[in-house]
Design a protein around this ligand. Structure first.
Ligand code: HEC
Ligand code: HEC
Length: 501
């Protein structure tokens, strides 16, 4: 009887939900209501929420694992998935060599490339760092390049989304600062920093450093005046399969392109082309959410970062352009008995499974007084308007272990206007220069432990979490201003909360 009344009540409730918000087709009415209840942001901060420490849901590894914190598989993998995880890990670490080579199945690197393995950029499976001008080390970082569309064909290609941007006719879609023997690296990245002092309400000051990016030693001709550059450090590799499993309806419900609820936060989807099936899909990965899934992200990494071909990026010379003489004709690593690509479908799939199955680490100190105080500051300052605390993943997710999991990524996967200070002035797909995808915050407290640094934001300009917050502008300006007004005690609590993630 009680159950029936409840069911009737829910039936009344759900249409109102559906009126403004869409219902999730993967859930029964009962589950829909459970999910809404459990994912509604908490308003009580005297104790930790149930399951709050288990960021990756049931698969969260609970034992502390120090600098291996971003290398743990989801704990609910079965034996075969675990074996594939280890196999995938070895492909992620594999140092590729140029062709021809005696090492079969590891060749094909370049001719132009940024790094010889995935791991070289995703430090400890974590994030990369900005170039160090003293040591000349610009690994784990890259500059994306493009030019504004100029011909009708180019405009049409952008409008119908067959491409997300027009690559530079000489230097292609990104600057490769390395090349195999006999070829010239495209150039080197240079950055100079200007310190800007920021005053907080209690009159303490924090210095932010503003970057100026340039390309030195361009080897294939002068850099076009109209060339647009977007600097990026590598993203952390955790919880990615779970982000892929967030139901599209949840993301659509969070988006508010016209800011109809007038909270100053819009949140837009970057709708991008899925190259496997030709459909337009929600972009989820990369700093501008330009990749709809991990397979496409990995394929483009192989092509752009390592110069290796895959089924959806079939050019063995990677990002070489016709104006780069000799580049496209270099020997390549295709072995026809394995397929038409330097990285055949099977190993690519194993690698993608690996990237999907790395767990995000368990939270630390969730119940500590300072963490809970900081959590309440995080909510009060409106950080959760973009850094959405929790989701319950889709029941229809492609990988069964990722289905119906309560996860805590602190992202809405949407694009937000972050203001002029963070703009790269380079549109890509639907993202404008000043728009960035809310990055997941899970694991950010372990950045130093795992990757040996604490650089944050898309280009690593922030030297710590506090600087990252103070760079927030645009839609996040009011949150930033609230942070600036906080007392030292509350700022420290907020930072302690971020470190517990
Ligand atoms: C030269 C450095 C570099 C190499 C090598 C590299 N990456 Fe990345 N990776 C990046 C950068 C930079 C980004 C952010 C890209 C963007 O915003 O467009 C990124 C983003 C990603 C993401 C998206 C993560 C997220 O949270 O959105 C995945 C997945 C990924 N890389 C996988 C790989 C794989 C797999 C390989 C090897 C095949 C690889 N990467 C090689 C630099 C690198
Ligand atoms: C309007 C949406 C929005 C709000 C509100 C917001 N953020 Fe962000 N946050 C972002 C975006 C987008 C980025 C990435 C910007 C970039 O890389 O240039 C970001 C980046 C960050 C980063 C760096 C993450 C990384 O991986 O580099 C931290 C830390 C962070 N935010 C914390 C906060 C805190 C704390 C608050 C509240 C005081 C807050 N954010 C409010 C959207 C938002």
């Amino acid at each position: 009887m009680i159950l029936r009344t409840l069911a009737m009540l829910l039936a009344l409730l759900v249409p109102t939900i559906a009126g403004e918000l869409k219902a999730r087709p993967d859930l029964s009415i009962k589950d829909q209501q459970r999910v809404i209840t459990i994912t509604t942001p908490t308003s009580s901060f005297d104790q930790a929420e149930a399951f709050e420490a288990r960021t990756s849901g049931a698969g969260t590894p609970m034992a502390p694992s120090g600098k291996n914190s971003f290398s743990q598989p989801l704990q609910n993998l079965d034996a075969i998935e675990r074996m594939n995880f280890n196999l995938g890990r070895s492909i992620f670490k594999k140092l590729w060599v140029s062709s021809p080579s005696t090492t079969f199945a590891s060749d094909g690197l370049g001719p132009l490339y940024n790094a010889r393995s995935c791991l070289r950029c995703h430090l400890g499976n974590g994030r990369g760092r900005p170039p160090n001008m003293k040591t000349g080390d610009a690994r784990s970082f890259l500059l994306r390049l493009s030019v504004p569309p100029s011909t009708r064909v180019e405009h049409r290609a952008i409008n119908n989304k067959s491409v997300s941007r027009i690559v530079d006719p000489i230097y292609g879609g990104q600057l490769q600062d390395r090349a195999i023997q006999g070829h010239k690296p495209e150039g080197q990245v240079a950055v100079s920093w200007t310190e800007i002092p920021i005053q907080l309400a209690d009159s303490s000051t924090v210095s932010l450093r503003k970057p100026k990016w340039s390309i030195t030693d361009p080897a294939y001709g002068p850099i076009a005046k109209k060339m647009m550059m977007s600097p990026r450090i590598a993203n952390p590799m955790i919880g990615l399969g779970l982000l892929e499993a967030i139901h599209p309806v949840d993301i659509i419900n969070l988006s508010d392109p016209e800011d109809r609820n007038k909270d100053g936060i819009s949140g837009r989807i970057n709708l991008v082309r899925n190259k496997q099936n030709g459909k337009l899909q929600i972009g989820r990965f990369g700093w501008k959410a330009t990749e709809p899934n991990l397979h496409q992200q990995a394929s483009h990494a192989f092509s752009g970062d390592l110069g290796l071909s895959t089924n959806i990026a079939p050019e063995p010379a990677g990002d070489c352009t016709p104006l780069q003489q000799y580049c496209s004709n270099a020997p390549n690593g295709v072995q026809l008995r394995l397929g038409n690509s330097e990285v055949p479908a099977k190993p690519l799939d194993v690698l993608v499974q690996f990237t999907a199955n790395i767990a995000s680490p368990a939270r630390r100190n969730v119940s500590a007084k300072q963490t809970l105080e900081g959590k309440s500051q995080f909510y009060k300052a409106g950080c959760i308007n973009c850094h959405t605390p929790k989701f319950v993943t889709s029941r229809d997710a492609a990988r069964p272990i990722n289905r119906f999991q309560l996860i805590w990524p602190y992202t809405d996967l949407l694009l937000h206007d972050m203001g002029e200070g963070l703009s790269d002035h380079r549109p890509v797909a639907d993202a404008r220069g000043e728009e960035w995808r809310t990055p997941p915050l899970w694991g950010s407290g372990l950045t130093d432990t795992v990757s040996g640094h604490t650089f944050f934001l898309h280009d690593g300009r922030a030297r710590n979490l506090e600087e990252a917050i103070l760079w927030h502008g645009g839609e996040a300006k009011s949150s930033r201003d609230l942070y600036k007004k906080m007392k030292l005690h509350d700022r420290n609590a907020l930072l302690a909360f971020l470190k517990s993630l």
